[in-house]
Every structure is written in structure tokens, then in C-alpha cells.
Design a protein around this ligand. Structure first.
Ligand code: ADP
Ligand code: ADP
Length: 224
């Protein structure tokens, strides 16, 4: 069964705008999946629906077989989402944020993994730094680290390279690639065809709140 199973998902915002119009999407465990579409297509709405940042109007989402409404805790144990928004407490250090997040998942003795994440994200030297003293790019990396503290089998990144400098971008891709090789399923959104083409084995194209087409990257590129 798919690690992510989205069935007939609708989102109408309170102003009446229909951002998602019946999304159906199955993502196989182990894949590197790109959700491609222009600005305003509904990518963030879809991603944010997976972890309750957006409340869907209608439809079902299953993560690792767990319905996000009926089995919320188990569903959330299996997914890590890097949203676009930066949410960090100005007065907490990087370590404190990661440690609290670990506690939220009921994880104790998570320091080895926290150190490994920080090393891979080039944040080791910032471990004791309070969030208010971090640059924008560092805060973004902390958001990535927070999404990984519980080693989620499914990792979802919303436009991970937006506003990130080239060096950091490459470091981030290397780490994501490493996680994929370890068996994590990766889903990312992008509005760059080239990015999806280079990284992803499967792609779905979303526009105006609907999946326009989906398939392997090779299939889709041959059809263009
Ligand atoms: P919901 O329909 O899920 O209750 P709301 O319509 O109340 O969501 O909006 C949630 C938040 O998104 C609000 O803080 C609102 O200011 C913000 N928002 C409103 N319109 C937009 C938009 N076009 N793009 C992004 N965010 C928006
Ligand atoms: P994408 O991530 O593909 O750029 P979004 O999911 O952010 O697309 O937005 C899809 C559409 O929904 C856009 O037209 C956006 O303005 C609108 N939208 C997003 N959030 C809200 C909100 N809270 N209230 C009303 N409209 C919204």
C-alpha cells in the first residue's frame, strides 16, 4: 500500500476560493516524488493539509496507512513536513528547539541523531545559538532539522530551495539524497521543471487545484 494516499481532497478557503478541487494521489514507499506546478496552483495548500496546517473541506488522507483524522498521532509519527513558513522561538537555542520537538514525539536520548542532522545541515556550530541570532538561511535549515527529529519515513519539502543560496542548496540536496538512499520517501514541491526533472523519479503536475497529469519522469518528458 502507498505511504501517502490522498483521496478526493478538497479545500475551499473561508473567502470561497477553491484551492483544491478533488485531489487523488498515491505515492509509493521509497520514491522521490515531485509535485510540480505554477505559483498559486495549490501545492502549499496540499502540503499543509498533510499535517493539519490547513483543514481540508472534504476528502481523506492516509499516511503509512493511518488516516490523519482517525489516527492523527500515528499518522504524524510517519511524516515530516518542511513548510515554507519559518516558525522558530526567538529565545530558544537550536538545540532546545530540536530537543523540545523530540519530546513532542516522545523521543528521549535523541542527541546522537540531532547531532547528525545538524552536521549534515552545516549547523553544528550554531547548536547553542538562539533563533533570533540566526540568518534567514540558517532558520530555514533549522526548519528542515525540526522536520527530521523523529526520522519520519515520509519527508515532504515545500519549495526547499526557495531563497536559498547555491552552496546551501547543494548541501541540502546531498542530505536529501542521502535520506532517500537510506529508504525515506521524499516528496517535494517546485515550480521549476528542471528541478523536478533532475531529482525526481515520479512527477505529478498540479494546476488550478487539480492534478493535470502524473507518472514517471521519463514518461512525462517523453510526452512533451
Ligand atoms: P480557513 O479557510 O482554512 O479557515 P482562512 O481563510 O481563515 O483559512 O485563512 C487562514 C490564513 O491565511 C489567514 O491568516 C489569512 O490571512 C491567510 N490568507 C488569506 N488569504 C490568503 C492568500 N490568498 N494566500 C495566502 N494566505 C492567505
Ligand atoms: P502554491 O503553493 O502552488 O503556490 P497555494 O496553495 O499557496 O499555491 O495557493 C493556492 C491558491 O489559494 C492561491 O490562489 C492562493 O492565493 C489561495 N490561498 C492560499 N491560502 C489562502 C487562504 N488562507 N485564503 C484564501 N485563499 C488562499
Amino acid at each position: 500500500s502507498p505511504i501517502l494516499d490522498i483521496h478526493n481532497l478538497h479545500k475551499t478557503y473561508s473567502n470561497g476560493f477553491e484551492a483544491l478541487k478533488g485531489i487523488n494521489l498515491q505515492i509509493t514507499e521509497g520514491s522521490f516524488f515531485g509535485l510540480l506546478g505554477p505559483n498559486g496552483a495549490g501545492k502549499s495548500t496540499l502540503i499543509n493539509s498533510l499535517v493539519g496546517l490547513v483543514k481540508p473541506t472534504r476528502g481523506q488522507i492516509r499516511i503509512a496507512g493511518f488516516d490523519i483524522e482517525k489516527n492523527k498521532t500515528l499518522a504524524l509519527m510517519n511524516i515530516g513536513v518542511v513548510a515554507q513558513e519559518i516558525l522558530c522561538d526567538p529565545f530558544l537555542s537550536v538545540y532546545e528547539m530540536l530537543s523540545f520537538q523530540s519530546g513532542y514525539y516522545g523521543l528521549k536520548n535523541n542527541d546522537d541523531w540531532i547531532e547528525e542532522i545538524l552536521e549534515n545541515l552545516g549547523l553544528t556550530e550554531k547548536i547553542q545559538t538562539p533563533c533570533r541570532l540566526l540568518s534567514g538561511g540558517m532558520k530555514r535549515r533549522v526548519m528542515v532539522a525540526l522536520a527530521l527529529v523523529h526520522k519520519p519515513p515520509l519527508i515532504v519539502l515545500d519549495e526547499p530551495t526557495a531563497g536559498v543560496d547555491v552552496q546551501l542548496r547543494n548541501q541540502l540536496w546531498q542530505f536529501i539524497e542521502k535520506l532517500h538512499q537510506k529508504g525515506h520517501t521524499i516528496v517535494l514541491t517546485t515550480h521549476y521543471l528542471e528541478e523536478a526533472q533532475n531529482l525526481c523519479s515520479e512527477i505529478a503536475i498540479i494546476n488550478h487545484g487539480e492534478i493535470v497529469t502524473a507518472g514517471t519522469t521519463d514518461e512525462l518528458l517523453n510526452a512533451i
